[in-house]
Design a protein around this ligand. Structure first.
Ligand code: COI
Length: 369
C-alpha cells in the first residue's frame, strides 16, 4: 500500500496557456487556472503517482459511487501574493487536518496532509501568474476528494480521486466587499447533534441552497441557520458567525457558537478567536464560544447592546452583517466603522496582514515558493 508521496509528482504543462483575468473581471469560482492536480487511490495499491496536467473534464461511468451516494468532500483554501511577489498559503495544516477528519467520516481514504501541502506548493509554482495582486484578491484552491469506484452497492469506495483546482477570486459576495443581510431560517435545519455538520461534505451544502434562494428572494445574501426550540444560532450559509455585545457594566463580549458538532470548525473562525483573545483589551473584552440564541440577539439589539455582527470564512474572509430578518422582523445591526463594525474591521485587517505576509503570527503563513 503506497502512501501519498509528493516527490513522485509528474508534470505535463499545457500547450495553450490562458491569460489571467483582470481583478475587476473575477467572479468567485467561475474561471480556473491552466492545470489540475490529481492523485488516484485504490484499496489494493494505496495512493498512486501525483500528476499535474492541463485542466480537463473527468470521464465517469454513470454508476460511479460519487454520483449516487455523495462520496464527496472538499476544502476551501487560498493562495496570496505578498508585497515581494512571493506566494503564501494560510494555515494549510488546518485544512489538511479537517479534510482527513472528513475523509474518515465519509469512508474515503485519508492521506499525509504535509505531502499534499508540498504538492500544492508545486502546483502554485506552476500557476503563480494566476495569483492576483491586492488585498482581498487571491487564488482560491479547491482540494476535493471523491469516491470513484463503480457500482450501486452501498459500501466504502474501493477507488478514489484526490484533486485540486484553482480559481482566481476577489469578493465572495456579488455586491463586493459590503455588509451582508441575513435571513434567520427555522423551518429547516442545517445540522443536528451527532450529525455531520462539522465535516466539510459537499452533501452538507445541497440542502442549504433552497432556503438560501428563498432568502435571496427577500433581498438577503445568506441565511442564518438556527437549531432547536430555543433558536440556537449555529452558522451562516458559507461562514461561521460572530456577535459583539455590550453588557450592563459596559464590558463587552465577542461570541460565536461552540464546536459542538453542529458547526463547521472554520480556519478563519479559529484565527479570529485567537487574534481577538491576543489583541483585544482583556479588561474590556471577553471572547466566548458559547450557545446563543436568536432571541438573545433580538433582545439585546432592542436594548442597544448589540454592537456588531460578522461572518468569517475562507471565501468570504470577514463579512460584516448589517441586518437579520427573523420571522418577518428586521434586527438591525450597527455598522459604525464605514460599512463594517470596528471589531470586524480590525479582525479582517489582522487576518489579511498575516495572509499577505505583512506580519508574522504563529507561523500561520506558509511561503509556497
Ligand atoms: C470556503 O469559505 O472556502 C467555503 O468552503 C465556502 C464555500 C462553500 C464557498
Amino acid at each position: 500500500m503506497s502512501a501519498l508521496d509528493a516527490s513522485k509528482l509528474e508534470i505535463t504543462k499545457t500547450t495553450t496557456p490562458k491569460e489571467p483575468l483582470a481583478n475587476d473581471k473575477l467572479v468567485f469560482g467561475q474561471s480556473f487556472t491552466d492545470h489540475i492536480l490529481e492523485i488516484d487511490w485504490t484499496k489494493e495499491e494505496g495512493w498512486g503517482t501525483p500528476k499535474i496536467t492541463p485542466y480537463h473534464n473527468f470521464q465517469m461511468d454513470p454508476a460511479t459511487c460519487v454520483l449516487h451516494y455523495s462520496f464527496e468532500l472538499f476544502e476551501g483554501m487560498k493562495a496570496y501574493r505578498d508585497s515581494q511577489g512571493k506566494i503564501r498559503t494560510f494555515r494549510p495544516d488546518k485544512n489538511m487536518e479537517r479534510m482527513n477528519r472528513t475523509a474518515k467520516r465519509a469512508s474515503l481514504p485519508t492521506f499525509d496532509g504535509e505531502e499534499f501541502i508540498k504538492l500544492l506548493d508545486k502546483f502554485l509554482a506552476l500557476e503563480e501568474r494566476f495569483v492576483p495582486q491586492g488585498k482581498g484578491y487571491s487564488l482560491y484552491l479547491r482540494p476535493t476528494l471523491i469516491g470513484t469506484s463503480i457500482g450501486l452497492g452501498v459500501s466504502s469506495p474501493t477507488k478514489a480521486k484526490l484533486y485540486c483546482i484553482a480559481s482566481p477570486v476577489g469578493p465572495y459576495f456579488g455586491a463586493g466587499f459590503k455588509p451582508v443581510s441575513l435571513e434567520a431560517t427555522d423551518y429547516a435545519v442545517r445540522a443536528w447533534p451527532k450529525g455531520v455538520g462539522a465535516y466539510k461534505l459537499g452533501a452538507n451544502y445541497v440542502s442549504c441552497i433552497e432556503p438560501q434562494s428563498e432568502a435571496a428572494k427577500r433581498g438577503h445574501s445568506q441565511n442564518l441557520w438556527l437549531f432547536g426550540e430555543e433558536g440556537e444560532i449555529t452558522e451562516v450559509g458559507a461562514m461561521n458567525v460572530f456577535f459583539a455585545f455590550e453588557n450592563d457594566d459596559k464590558t463587552k463580549e465577542l461570541v460565536t457558537a461552540p464546536l459542538d458538532g453542529m458547526i463547521l470548525p472554520g480556519v478563519t473562525r479559529d484565527s479570529a478567536i485567537q487574534l481577538a483573545r491576543a489583541r483585544l483589551d482583556s479588561k474590556e473584552w471577553s471572547v466566548s464560544e458559547r450557545k446563543l440564541t436568536i432571541h438573545e440577539v433580538k433582545e439585546r439589539a432592542a436594548k442597544g447592546q448589540l454592537i456588531e455582527a460578522f461572518g468569517t470564512g475562507t471565501a468570504a474572509i470577514v463579512a460584516p452583517i448589517n441586518n437579520i430578518e427573523f420571522r418577518g422582523e428586521n434586527i438591525e445591526v450597527p455598522c459604525t466603522a464605514g460599512g463594517s463594525g470596528e471589531i470586524a474591521k480590525n479582525i479582517c485587517e489582522w487576518i489579511q496582514d498575516i495572509q499577505y505576509g505583512v506580519e508574522e503570527f504563529e507561523n500561520w503563513s506558509r511561503v509556497a515558493n
